[in-house]
Design a protein around this ligand. Structure first.
Ligand SMILES: NC(=O)c1ccc[n+]([C@@H]2O[C@H](COP(=O)([O-])OP(=O)(O)OC[C@H]3O[C@@H](n4cnc5c(N)ncnc54)[C@H](O)[C@@H]3O)[C@@H](O)[C@H]2O)c1
Length: 283
């Protein structure tokens, strides 16, 4: 690790990204910017991942939009490019080691070494108890939601460490902290991501890598609309009324929290979980 800012500059490495670096940190307006940093966002074809990719590009990041759905990955990247940002869309199944390694190799070759990784990709579960959920369904959900974050971290960390560190964010959920009847596979993946994040934070602090999790409450995305489509207006109203801020979240509100964790504004934050849920945790 470079011993001083001068050292860091000489080595072409941004001291501001060093989690363990001792540089004095004073507020300035560029702390929330990601100028020229290469950021990988998985699940970037979806609601929250797409918003994170767009917000990061807006503050100067070069964004690799990864998704198993190649069209959706390319569509988010095309949107960013149309708005004057820089992005590429990459097809990648995060549950496949081969896919994660080749996607990251392409990002490094086309854009440079990533210093930000946001693991957003996830699948919904089929509702059921342990008696209803067969092993195949259990493994399908774990493969993407949990193993995907592990495989992406394995693929990205060597490059990130080579440039002095960076920020890794796993997307958990309020359902990683509380139980929810009939959601055994999804809730267990989201709880495990919290521990993956905390332990990675300890393991890689000395290498300048900060690792945190982000836990959204209910956010209005297509997947949530699909899940709620059976609800009557009255049932929906009852759900909203239990949230202290009396509404569901917006994708951009999750993206702004991700930006905090990705940027130098959170330079002393690692191993933590940022809950963004409108105050609904205790309800
Ligand atoms: N929307 C919410 O209310 C909410 C609440 C809490 C947590 N979350 C979490 O936020 C994240 C995003 O949720 P969303 O609502 O935007 O979902 P979404 O369904 O809109 O997006 C998920 C994206 O992941 C992609 N994906 C699925 N399997 C993949 C795989 N194997 N490899 C790569 N990409 C894959 C999908 O194609 C999709 O584009 C998820 O991790 C979810 O668990 C969402």
């Amino acid at each position: 690790m470079p011993a001083s800012i001068g050292d860091a500059a000489e080595k072409g490495c941004d001291m501001q990204q060093q989690a363990g670096g001792g540089a004095t940190r004073k507020f300035n307006e560029t702390m929330f910017r990601l100028d020229s940093r290469v950021a990988i966002v998985t699940g970037a074809g979806g609601g929250i991942g797409g918003a994170i990719a767009r917000v990061f590009a807006n503050v100067g990041a070069v964004v690799a939009c990864l998704d198993v759905d190649a069209d959706r990955a390319r569509s988010t990247a095309a949107d960013i490019e149309a708005g004057g940002g820089r992005a590429i869309g990459v097809a990648c199944d995060v549950g496949s080691e081969l896919d994660t390694l080749s996607a990251v190799a392409r990002v490094v070759a086309d854009l440079g070494r990533p210093t930000v990784l946001v693991n957003v990709a996830a699948v919904m579960d089929r509702s059921g108890t342990v008696l209803d959920i067969d092993l195949q369904e259990w493994e399908r959900v774990h493969r993407v939601n949990l193993t995907g974050a592990y495989l992406m971290s394995r693929a990205v960390l060597p490059s990130m460490i080579k440039v002095g560190g960076g920020s890794v964010i796993h997307t958990s959920s309020i359902l990683g902290r509380i139980g929810r009847a009939g959601r055994v596979s999804y809730t267990s993946t989201k709880a495990a991501l919290l521990q993956l994040g905390r332990t990675m934070a300890l393991d890689h602090a000395a290498q300048g890598v900060r690792v945190n999790t982000l836990s959204p409450g209910t956010v209005e995305t297509d997947r949530v609309a699909y899940r709620f489509k059976e609800l009557s207006p009255l049932q929906r109203e009852a759900l909203v009324s239990r949230i202290p801020l009396k509404r569901f979240g917006q994708t951009e509100e999750i993206a702004m929290a991700a930006l905090f964790l990705a940027s130098d504004a959170s330079s002393f934050v690692t191993g933590t979980d940022l809950l963004v849920d409108g105050g609904g945790y205790e309800t």
